[in-house]
Design a protein. Structure first.
Length: 561
């Protein structure tokens, strides 16, 4: 054989090349034969996919990265029959892949054995699969358009006139641009019997801004659905979608929800402005003793810090502000949210998925295996989550979370009613906060406000309950002068612009811990102990802000009592 090879080399390069090809062909046949024998030993059929025609849809049954990892391809689909071919059918993951494809397609899946050469030949066909074009669900609103609307829309009446004069294709853009200009958190478009009402939620209060003609509504809502990625032909069941507003200097995420009603579909859009996460404690409205306690306790390495209040009271914003304050290169922070409202650079954020069983409790347990220093849980709503959070706080983690109670004092009875053990809860809790949001007086139209004698006496009684030793207690020379907003173009005649928090902060100490461990932690006893500690109630904090001309007495009493 060697003499023949030598003679061939001497003969010509072309003959030598043919010889190499012949030898490669022989080796390839040997490998295919060995593969066929291996298939027989495993009890699996053999196939050679070299030159085998495989359609793109069939090949796409298995993603390319999975195919490369497991060396498996799909080469045949016909009705409820699917055929897969694997280089090593016994490799980890292959059997699970077969089961998954069978379950997802409700089909019978057959597994074949192929050689590595055969697999590489089939793998090249992935390059022929057309790549789907990436579609961005977004609506571009140029910054100059917002500025133009700011000049044209002096008040809500001007917005209604403008909405009725622009083409229908621009109505949706105009409504959203107006919402951005008005700093609205939500846009409600509601079909009624005679017309369609457009309302903005501004500083927590809904304001009617326009009425659309009823006959134009089907075309407008179809455009909203198209941009939000919803099904246009579905109007009898609720749908949820998203829109991204592409401004020059930022992207605003908009969550879109539709709901069938008696007179047609209602649409609610929530605008999530990422700039809110840069808010400071001072901007939140924390000051005095509450501010000092929060700063002191967020520096502790472990324990629980809980903020409470109803939906829309700013709890999540407070937690974001704390997380941003604590975010440092040497600190690992993980959040578990429902949903993720804002992106926080440098912080690992995870979103629960109830449909897949990824709950707060399961997510929190998984987070703790990631070696975090600080964990933020969107809400504690059941015993399993509460117990896991308490254990995390007792084992060296700082836990931030929220609870739906009326005030800071209600946190303890709420957790005990869930079934948490007092001897674990008491040492785990560091700080409890209650909060609400009040509207701030518009600083462009602020005027003096004269309270009637009955309201003034009510204010004085509330503030007189502050302990005499507290530095926050008004002095005997307090002027008792208050402010309000008269209404102007800047605040659209409302008299308020922006919101600020009013807080009450309860610190865990020896007396409070003893009361919890006694098992007789009645709310009245907790409230008396909190007052002795010098805690301001939310109403008192709000009235002090009213004395400073930040908000009005009427606004404080409407949300805090």
């Amino acid at each position: 054989m060697d003499d023949q090879t030598s003679n061939l080399r001497i003969a010509s390069p072309e003959t030598e090349e043919k010889f190499r090809e012949k030898m490669a062909e022989i080796k390839l046949k040997e490998k295919e034969h060995l593969t066929q024998e291996r298939g027989s030993r495993l009890g699996l059929p053999y196939i050679n996919l070299t030159g085998f025609p495989i359609g793109p849809e069939t090949l796409a049954t298995i993603a390319k990265d999975v195919a490369v990892k497991l060396q498996v391809v799909c080469f045949l689909r016909s009705g409820h029959e699917i055929r897969l071919a694997a280089v090593d059918p016994e490799r980890d993951g292959v059997a699970q892949l077969v089961e998954t494809i069978a379950a997802e397609n409700n089909a019978h899946v057959g597994l074949y054995v192929i050689s590595e050469h055969s697999f590489l030949s089939a793998l090249k066909l992935y390059d022929r699969i057309p790549q789907p074009r990436k579609v961005t669900t977004g609506l571009e609103i140029r910054q100059d358009a917002v500025r133009r609307y700011r000049q044209e829309l002096k008040d809500f009446r001007a917005l209604e006139q403008k909405v009725r004069s622009v083409p229908l294709t621009e109505v949706f853009t105009l409504i959203l641009a107006g919402a951005i200009e008005a700093a609205a958190s939500d846009v409600h478009i509601e079909a009624e019997e005679q017309d369609v009402k457009v309302r903005y939620r501004i500083d927590g209060v809904l304001q009617t801004v326009a009425a659309l003609p009823k006959d134009a509504w089907p075309r407008i809502i179809n455009r909203i659905k198209l941009i939000a990625g919803l099904k246009i032909n579905v109007d009898k069941v609720p749908q949820d979608g998203r829109v991204t507003l592409l401004l020059d200097n930022q992207h605003i995420d908009v969550r879109v929800s539709t709901l069938p009603t008696a007179y047609g579909e209602s649409v609610v859009m929530r605008l999530l402005m990422g700039s809110n996460v840069s808010i400071t404690f001072e901007q939140l409205g924390l000051r005095g003793r509450a501010f000092r306690l929060l700063v002191q306790h967020i520096d502790r390495p472990n324990g629980m810090l809980l903020t409470s209040g109803p939906t829309g009271s700013g709890k999540t914003t407070t937690l974001y502000a704390i997380a941003v304050k604590l975010n440092k290169p040497d600190t690992k922070i993980i959040t578990l949210e429902d949903p993720i409202e804002y992106s926080l650079p440098g912080i690992n954020q995870s979103q629960v998925d109830w449909s897949k069983g990824y709950t707060f409790a399961k997510g929190l347990r998984a987070m703790l295996r990631q070696d975090p220093d600080i964990v933020m849980v969107g809400e504690i709503r059941d015993l399993e989550t509460a117990e896991t959070a308490i254990q995390a706080a007792l084992t060296g983690h700082l836990v931030l979370s929220t609870l739906h109670t009326n005030d800071a004092i209600g946190v303890i009875p709420r957790l005990l009613s869930m079934g948490t053990k007092p001897y674990l809860l008491a040492p785990a809790l560091n700080l409890m906060m209650g909060q609400r949001l009040v509207r701030k007086i518009c600083d462009r139209c602020v005027v003096d406000d004269q309270l009637d004698p009955e309201m003034l006496e009510r204010v004085k009684r509330a503030l007189a309950d502050i302990p005499a030793s507290s530095p926050d207690r008004p002095g005997q020379h307090t002027s008792w002068r208050f402010k309000k907003g008269a209404g102007c173009d800047v605040c659209h005649g409302i008299g308020y612009r922006g919101r600020i928090g009013i807080f009450e902060v309860l610190e865990m100490n020896g007396q409070l811990e003893k009361l919890i461990l006694s098992g007789t932690a009645a709310e009245a006893d907790l409230r008396e102990l909190a007052r002795d500690q010098g805690m301001l109630t939310m109403a008192q904090d709000g009235l002090l802000k009213a004395l400073d001309g930040i908000t009005t007495v009427e606004e404080v009493f409407s949300v805090a009592e």
